[in-house]
Design a protein around this ligand. Structure first.
Ligand SMILES: CC(C)(COP(=O)(O)OP(=O)(O)OC[C@H]1O[C@@H](n2cnc3c(N)ncnc32)[C@H](O)[C@@H]1OP(=O)(O)O)[C@@H](O)C(=O)NCCC(=O)NCCS
Length: 167
C-alpha cells in the first residue's frame, strides 16, 4: 500500500516540477507557461484556506515523492457547492506503478467523507491513460466538447468524467 499524506511547503519544488512537466510536454493541463514555486505556494495556501486537501503519494515515508492530487470547486456558483473537480499528477518516472489508482481512490474516499455529492474531472480527450484510469475507478464519461480549448496552436476536445459519491 502506498503512503498518502497532506502536502506541505516542503513539497512545493516537487509539485512545481511535475506540473511544469505536464504544462510543457502534455495536454493534461491547458496552460503553456510554466508556473513558479511562489505561484504553487499561493495555490497551496488557497486550497488550505478553502478547506480542500492536497495529497502527496509515495511508496513509504522514506521514499521519494511520486505524485500529488487535489480537488476544489467545480464551478463558483452556489448550486455547485456539493460538486468538486479533481486533478492528479504522477511524476513521469513513477507512472504505471499504481500510484494514480491509489491516489484517485483516496480522493474519492476523502470527498465522500466531506459529503460532496459528485466528483468531476475535465480531461483532454487525447489523454488515454487518464481516461482509462477514471473508467477503471468507476467514472462515467459524459459527452465530449469538441475544440473546447487550445494548446500549442491546436484546438483540443474536452471530456468530463464524473462519479456520484453519495448513494
Ligand atoms: C494519468 C495518470 C494520473 C495515471 O497514473 P499512473 O500512476 O501512471 O497510473 P496507474 O499505474 O495507477 O494505473 C491505473 C490504471 O490507469 C490506466 N493507465 C495508466 N497508464 C496508462 C497508459 N499509459 N495507457 C493506458 N491506460 C493507462 C490503466 O487502466 C491502469 O490500470 P491497470 O494497471 O490495471 O491496467 C498519470 O499517468 C499522470 O499523472 N499523467 C500525467 C498527468 C495527467 O494526465 N493527469 C491527469 C489529468 S486529468
Amino acid at each position: 500500500m502506498p503512503y498518502i499524506r497532506n502536502a506541505t511547503l516542503a513539497d512545493i519544488p516537487f509539485m512545481t516540477r511535475v506540473i511544469n512537466h505536464a504544462i510543457l510536454h502534455s495536454n493534461a493541463l491547458w496552460e503553456e507557461e510554466p508556473v513558479t514555486e511562489k505561484n504553487r505556494q499561493e495555490w497551496l495556501d488557497h486550497k488550505h484556506q478553502q478547506g480542500f486537501p492536497v495529497f502527496i503519494i509515495q511508496k513509504s515515508p522514506h521514499d521519494p515523492v511520486a505524485g500529488f492530487g487535489t480537488y476544489g470547486p467545480f464551478r463558483p456558483h452556489a448550486g455547485y457547492a456539493l460538486s468538486i473537480e479533481h486533478s492528479l499528477y504522477i511524476a513521469t518516472d513513477q507512472q504505471g506503478k499504481g500510484y494514480g489508482k491509489a491516489l484517485l481512490q483516496h480522493l474519492l474516499q476523502t470527498a465522500t467523507v466531506q459529503n460532496f455529492h459528485i466528483m468531476i474531472g475535465g480531461l483532454s480527450a487525447d489523454n488515454t491513460a487518464s481516461i482509462a484510469l477514471h473508467k477503471q475507478a468507476g467514472f462515467t464519461a459524459g459527452s465530449t466538447i469538441p475544440q473546447a480549448g487550445r494548446k500549442f496552436g491546436q484546438f483540443l476536445d474536452l471530456v468530463f468524467m464524473y462519479k456520484l459519491l453519495q448513494k
